[in-house]
Write a protein that binds this ligand. Structure first.
Ligand code: MEV
Length: 307
């Protein structure tokens, strides 16, 4: 039997634009998904109970790496699925890691690569940001150019993403979950259509890429005020692209006066927003009063591990 776990993630800056090859920043958080893989008399996923949210990711992960005798897979998650906190990446990464460990083949770059393939197959268009940060942990900076602290690179459909290790300061982030399950694929497709039809949408994507680069400087200088302002601008651009919703906007609005900055995180359309703050309790209370579910998370966590 093998037990693995992989962390959830938050995108600080650059979601959606990263699908077009623009820079983006993501951090791993202290909410994890655990996977238990054990030899079995028949193939089972979560005791055969069909878990629609995870089943296809687990199945696709098994298809990538498992040719042997039957195995049973069980998952236990701290993460709401469709919440923007990387539950699908964590389930793919933890399952791949467990199966690869059973075969004595646990290697992070390979797990990240196959995780990206699984996400692309199940979700449609994707970038490697979610699966790479869940594999590596800590923080990552994704760029179309090769830089310092390079971890691995991935190419798909003529686009290359270089993934770099990012040192992140200890941060407390308040997540505000709207309770709205928002699948990523349709939102990514909607943005793609907007970008191919409108110049302003392409310009918004370009500006989001610049914001991520500016965010890297702010992080290097531990300048949370500048980082917060960049998060606010990023949220406005994502709203313009149509991936926010009234529930996200209202949680962002109440969190801002108590935070360095606040924005939606992940695909949007529901899911979650994040607020970077020194007063997590006050922000949590404000989010709860507006009907959101506050979750206080911390950065600086390990990536995929065998437990
Ligand atoms: C989802 O967490 C982030 C998106 O940029 C999609 C992706 O990068 O695969 C919206």
């Amino acid at each position: 039997m093998v037990i693995t776990s992989a962390p959830g993630k938050l995108i600080l800056l650059g979601e959606h634009a990263v699908v077009f090859g623009e820079p983006a920043i993501a951090v791993a958080i202290d909410l994890r998904l655990r996977c238990i893989a054990s030899p079995s008399v028949e193939f089972t996923i979560n005791g055969k109970v069909i878990d629609d949210a995870y089943r296809s990711y687990i199945q696709a992960s098994m298809d990538k790496v498992w040719r042997g005798d039957p195995v049973s897979i069980r998952t236990f998650s701290d993460l709401h699925s469709g919440s923007g906190m990387g539950s699908s990446a964590a389930v793919s990464v933890a399952t791949l890691a467990a199966l690869m460990q059973l075969r004595g083949m646990f290697r992070e770059p390979r797990i990240a690569r196959l995780g990206f393939e699984v996400e692309s197959e199940v979700q449609g268009r994707a970038s490697p940001i979610d699966t790479s940060v869940s594999t590596h942990g800590q923080g990552i900076f994704v760029d179309s150019e090769l830089g310092e602290d390079h971890l691995w690179s991935m190419t798909m459909d003529k686009r290359t993403w270089h993934i770099h290790h990012l040192r992140v300061p200890e941060m407390t982030i308040v997540v505000g979950y709207t309770g709205i399950h928002a699948p990523t694929g349709p939102l990514v497709d909607m943005v793609k259509d907007k970008v191919s039809e409108n110049r302003w949408a392409r310009e918004a994507i370009d500006r989001i890429g610049e914001i991520s680069l500016e965010g890297m400087s702010a992080l290097r200088n531990d300048d949370l005020s500048s980082l917060g302002e960049l998060m606010n601008e990023d949220h406005s651009l994502l709203s313009k692209l149509g991936v926010s919703c009234p529930e996200l906007d209202s949680l962002v609005k109440v969190a801002r006066p108590l935070s360095y900055g606040a924005k939606l995180t992940g695909a949007g359309g529901g899911g979650s927003m994040i607020a970077l703050t020194d007063d997590p309790d006050a922000v949590s209370e404000a989010i709860r009063e507006k009907g959101g579910e506050p979750i206080i998370v911390h950065t600086g966590v390990q990536g995929v591990t065998v437990e």
